[in-house]
Ligand binder design. Structure first.
Ligand SMILES: Nc1nc2c(ncn2[C@@H]2O[C@H](COP(=O)(O)OP(=O)(O)OP(=O)(O)O)[C@@H](O)[C@H]2O)c(=O)[nH]1
Ligand SMILES: [Mg+2]
Length: 363
């Protein structure tokens, strides 16, 4: 059994999923949905920048805070390095826990590193540091082999992307950013304001539509979200839109309502476009750390999530959550939010991310 099988088993066995929406224990009623269809052969790669170096620079700039704090802690650990003794490994474990890679992972990773350091007979600070960095990069790479970080596009007709997640994580903002990105890439973009629940939500998306110069389907507050989706998917088909982004409510009266609402929206979509939605992107706020992971587990149980958008990575020391997501959820992080501005969205690139986290550490 490999390291991550151990993590997976342990987290399945032991992790208590906390409910972060209103109603914790009612998900038995929720309809389990079919897998999200995907057409990998037709995936389109949208670059956020023409130039890779520039893109990486922006990425690492955005990660500055996350990197600095996580990196600072690791640097501090190595600055205090005297020898590879038990105290060092305890400090390492604490550092990993604080960066939110997850408790299980921090403990297991430290165990693995203990063995690896012994195996490679690493003694000096630089040797130990290199072993640790290399190991973390290997683990990250290994575990993402079967994950596709690209957006799946419909083979023909509109691609429908549904955004889900609890309130305040950044769904609407991400749609605003992504709509802009795809519009600039020459796509015909339509937004559906299917969060009819929260006061101001429709207006918020409407403002993004105006700012981005894209079209929107909206109805009055409290109207049936599925009616909005119905109208939007018809419009998208009839008027040959390339992409339909559906904004959903982060909070309803309770979790069952929320999940049922999502199921209903999907039913309306599939009636019009059988393989829709082509993506269900779960938006997670990285500043909530392990809580984000619990939310993800909950959504994954009830909705066929196809990928993650990790927001607010600009404001957190908890960059380790990316490792936790990969290891515990096996869902690809597709995009990351690095700020509130329209340009603060990046396609997730694992190497850039690792580089961002460890930049300055490798001498
Ligand atoms: N710093 C930072 N702030 C972000 C990012 N993404 C979103 N935000 C902010 O987070 C707040 C909530 O974002 P929304 O897009 O309204 O979140 P939501 O998920 O649509 O929330 P509900 O509609 O209430 O469910 C806003 O103030 C956004 O500007 C990000 O990547 N970085
Ligand atoms: Mg919203």
């Amino acid at each position: 059994m490999g390291l991550f099988d151990v993590f997976k088993k342990k987290s399945n066995d032991e992790q208590n999923i906390k409910d972060t929406t209103n109603d914790a224990n009612e998900n038995q009623d929720v309809v389990k949905e079919d897998e999200v269809s995907s057409d990998e052969s037709n995936s389109v790669d949208i670059e956020t920048s023409d130039d890779n170096d520039v893109s990486q620079e922006k990425f690492t700039d955005g990660l500055e805070k996350s990197r600095t704090t996580f990196g600072d802690r690791l640097n501090q650990l190595f600055a205090n390095f005297r020898s590879v003794d038990e105290e060092f490994f305890e400090d390492l474990e604490d550092t990993l826990i604080e960066s939110d890679v997850g408790f299980e992972m921090a403990v297991n990773l430290t165990d693995q590193l203990r063995d690896e350091v012994k195996l490679q007979n690493a003694k000096s600070r630089d040797e130990v540091q290199n072993v640790i960095i290399q190991k973390m990069i290997n683990i990250y790479d290994e575990n993402g082999d079967d994950e596709n970080p690209d957006i799946h596009f419909a083979s023909e007709g509109p691609t429908v992307i549904l955004f889900v997640g609890v309130n305040g994580v950044g769904k609407t903002t991400t749609i605003g950013k992504m709509a802009n990105m795809y519009k600039n890439a020459g796509k015909k973009v339509l937004l559906a304001a299917a969060d009819t629940f929260r006061a101001g939500a429709i207006q918020q998306l409407d403002e993004w539509a105006k700012r981005d110069g894209v079209d929107i389907v909206k109805k009055e507050e409290q109207s049936d979200p599925s009616a909005v989706v119905y109208e939007a998917v018809h419009k998208a088909k009839d008027e040959n839109y390339d992409i339909l982004f559906v904004d959903t409510a982060g909070r309803l009266q309770n979790k069952v309502n929320l999940m049922n609402e999502l199921a209903k929206m999907k039913k309306v979509l599939t009636r019009e476009i059988p393989d829709a939605p082509h993506e269900v992107l779960l938006v997670l706020d990285s500043t909530t750390g392990q809580n984000a992971l619990s939310q993800a587990k909950l959504f994954k149980e009830t909705t066929a999530v196809s990928g993650i958008v990790l927001t607010k990575l600009d404001g957190t020391a908890k960059g380790g959550i990316v490792l936790a997501i990969r290891n515990e959820l096996h869902l690809p992080v597709k995009y990351v939010g690095l700020g509130e501005k329209v340009t603060d969205l990046r396609k997730f690139d694992a190497n850039d991310f690792i580089y961002g986290l460890f930049k300055g550490l490798i001498k």
